[in-house]
Design a protein around this ligand. Structure first.
Ligand SMILES: *Cc1c(COP(=O)(O)O)cnc(C)c1O
Length: 422
């Protein structure tokens, strides 16, 4: 065999087991209605960049300040990605090296707080993220964490309680942002509280960064000292993280990501973030973001009409949280029955949940992925009708199998981005 005739074997030839699972996952993502609010479909262009030879490179440091030679392309890729992200959000500075949302948040702690200093964030049962100081997270172990909550009466963030707790505990970092909160976040209110107590205001927009770019959720950039996000949720990029900040914090943020927390950046991811930022800068992305919210509102209204009890009574964003107490069914049982029916969502705690976190009362769903496929109001109505049928017949496998067939059939008209099998 000479070099000129040698053909490198494909994935299917090298590892048929993994190749088969990839093919099966493609089929699954095409044939199901994916309502996990943190999931999406990355475009083919994003997947291509993410699967590119930039995975081969090591480039510790930052563009033009590397510890390795051979960075001609990598430097340009990272400069493009950071520039596009900063422009998109109107931020002074962007760091696109964080490996994901959680490491992005850790870099903020490293930049602004010492171990055992006080930090504040939305408590997990109220919809906050683990990395906002919850006790099982390193952020709740290495820092003195104070959690604020949503109000008992309307399940909205209790800004009075945030102010009172901040005055009492004087946190170094005040986190805003959530992972299961269906309403607009008032960043200006958080700014005024942070100013009053001299805290760094950190906004974590992991879920909503695509909505912010699309102009359908207010931006935290004018208010927050630092803004973190994942890149793979509503932003529709590769799995990754990013941090935007004011000019005066640029140095400390960069130092905290590298060398403070990470080694070499994932350059293939950086390339894909640049592509996602380019896609998000197109006018069509604004329409996409608007459609996500429109779809969520239709789905919420249809579910309400069918007797589902929505936390806060509806949604302003991409996300819906159902309290299933009135349906007399635990979140996990419903989520599993829906999954068998080809409708994928996740069980979730609801505020002040009387049940345990591993077996809670709620179901969390969202519209970013179905919207990426081009689904609209008629499909949201059908999804609500299917969910209503499943909730009443969780044990009726014949009905569930019939719905799974109907779901797969309906999905055929909406080819999933980035997926070859149709
Ligand atoms: C998803 C999420 C994260 C964490 O992102 P990972 O990429 O899973 O580490 C952080 N904060 C919030 C608010 C999130 O929703």
């Amino acid at each position: 065999m000479t070099n000129t005739t040698w053909k490198e074997p494909t994935l299917a030839e090298v590892d048929p087991e993994i190749a088969a699972l990839v093919a099966k996952e493609e089929r699954y993502e095409q044939d199901t209605v994916r309502l996990i609010p943190s999931e999406n479909y990355a475009s083919r262009a994003v997947l291509e960049a993410s699967g590119s030879v930039f995975t081969n490179k090591y480039s510790e440091g930052y563009a033009r300040k590397r510890y390795y030679e051979g960075q001609a392309q990598v430097d340009l890729v990272e400069e493009l990605a950071a520039k596009r992200v900063a422009e998109l959000f109107g931020a002074d500075h962007a760091n696109v090296q964080p490996y994901s949302g959680s490491p992005a948040n850790l870099a903020v702690y490293l930049a602004f707080a010492k171990p055992n200093e006080t930090v504040m964030g939305l408590a997990l049962p109220s919809g906050g993220h683990l990395t906002h100081g919850w006790n099982v997270s390193i952020t709740g172990m290495f820092f003195k964490s104070v959690g604020y909550n949503v109000r008992r009466d309307n399940h909205l963030i209790d800004y009075d309680e945030v102010r009172q707790l901040a005055r009492e505990h004087r946190p170094r970092i005040l986190w805003c942002g959530a992972t299961a909160y269906p309403r607009i976040i008032d960043f200006a209110a958080f700014r005024s509280i942070a100013d009053e107590v001299g805290a760094i205001l950190a906004a974590d927009i992991a879920h909503i960064s695509g909505l912010v770019v699309g102009g359908v959720h207010p931006s935290p950039v004018p208010y927050a000292d630092v803004v973190t996000s994942t890149t793979h949720k509503t932003f529709r990029g590769p799995r990754g993280g990013m941090i935007m900040c004011k000019k005066e914090h640029a140095k400390i943020i960069d130092k905290s990501v590298f060398p403070g927390l990470q080694g070499g950046p994932h350059n293939h991811t950086t390339a894909a973030i640049a592509v996602a930022a380019h896609e998000a800068a197109q006018p069509s992305f604004k329409a996409y973001a608007q459609k996500i919210v429109d779809n969520a509102k239709v789905l919420a209204a249809e579910l309400t009409e069918r007797g589902f009890n929505l936390v806060t009574g509806g949604t302003d964003n991409h996300l819906i949280l159902i309290d299933l107490t009135s349906k007399n069914i635990p979140g996990k049982v419903f989520a599993k029955a829906l999954d068998r029916a080809g409708i994928v969502a996740n069980y979730n705690t609801v505020p002040f949940d009387p049940r345990k976190p591993f077996d809670p009362s709620g179901l969390r769903l969202g519209t970013p992925a179905v919207t990426s496929r081009g689904m609209g109001a008629p499909e949201m109505k059908r999804i609500a009708a299917w969910m209503d049928e499943v909730v009443r017949k969780v044990d009726d496998e014949a009905t569930i199998t019939r719905i799974a067939r109907e779901v797969a059939e309906a999905c055929r008209a909406f080819p999933a981005p980035g997926i070859a099998v149709q």
